[in-house]
Ligand binder design. Structure first.
Ligand code: SAM
Length: 277
């Protein structure tokens, strides 16, 4: 199951791509890792990463974090993503950076192309919040060794957040669901815990509040890439009504969440380290 259409796309092809294939193709989208490399390193250490351990990134995107982890810990990394263009970009990145012990392939979180008990660690980073947890978490448990850990960095809202926050986050969720076609949610911590528990995990949670700090942003988007992204945004918006509308929808989703003071007060992102019972 490989991407059938590699190569530079035309504007019409870009318009026809799904959200994540578009983000990969148009912008070579960098990591979506609030907390920077430090957060992902902390997560992997808490999951017991070591030289030679087998680590699976589900929803690896363009592979920035997966490459960083393979380089930092000398572990064997596999990345899967459902978007073929993401996988193409991840492979290009690994080859360009000369990373050893890494492999990227297309794959679906609900039906991972691996045998039972294959991995020491399974990781999602801003991916599980887009998934049906009742289907995804048991699948992650299946591919883990009995002693394995599932680690994730995902968004959450406070349990007991005021109703006004619920209303705003519902708008943001709806906007991201329309954009991606995925069941995007920002669940309360209790829901994350229950869903992990139902899949047979005991979980430790560490909250990291607030949106990315400036010093972490460089891990998400290197400055040289940021200028290129801004330039492309301007060109695409000027040339395509369809893409202009897509960018507007992204802004609309952010308005109710990342840019909303009350929502920000009652939500954040956190590290979840889940061991199998
Ligand atoms: C917000 S991006 C995060 C990408 C990457 N983890 C990062 O932090 O940069 C979400 C990713 O999940 C992938 N994805 C969504 N649903 C998926 C599924 N069912 N199976 C595998 N990947 C999926 C998307 O294609 C996208 O690359």
């Amino acid at each position: 199951m490989d991407n059938p259409k590699p190569g530079k796309p035309t504007m019409a092809e870009l318009e026809g791509l799904g959200y994540y294939d578009f983000m990969a193709e148009a912008f070579d989208v960098p990591a979506f890792q609030f907390g920077g490399n430090k957060a992902i390193e902390d997560l992997l250490i808490q999951c017991g990463v070591d030289k030679g351990k087998k680590v699976l990134f589900v929803g690896c995107g363009t592979g920035q974090t997966a490459c960083h982890v393979a380089r930092t810990f000398s572990c064997e990394v596999t990345g899967v993503d459902i978007a073929g263009r993401m996988v193409d970009k991840a492979r290009e990145r690994a080859a360009k950076e000369g990373i050893q012990g890494i492999e990227f392939r297309m794959g679906d979180a609900y039906d991972l192309p691996f045998g039972t008990g294959t991995f020491d660690i399974v990781v999602t980073e801003f991916v599980s919040q887009f998934l049906d947890l009742g289907r995804a978490f048991p699948e992650f448990a299946r591919v883990l060794k009995p002693s394995g850990f599932f680690g994730m960095i995902e968004l959450y809202r406070d349990d007991g957040a005021p109703p006004a926050v619920g209303e705003r986050l519902a708008k943001a969720e709806g906007a991201f669901q329309r954009l991606t076609g995925l069941p995007f949610r920002i669940p309360p911590v209790s829901t994350w815990r229950e869903s992990l528990g139902a899949a047979g995990f005991d979980v430790e949670f560490q909250e990291l509040r607030g949106m990315p700090r400036f010093r972490d942003a460089k891990d998400m988007v290197p400055a040289r890439q940021l200028l290129g992204i801004i330039g492309k945004l301007i060109v695409y918006a000027a040339r395509s009504k369809k893409l202009r509308e897509r960018f507007k929808a992204i802004q609309e989703a952010k308005r109710h969440f990342i840019r909303d003071k009350l929502s920000r007060q009652h939500s954040g992102y956190g590290l979840f380290v889940a061991g199998r019972r």
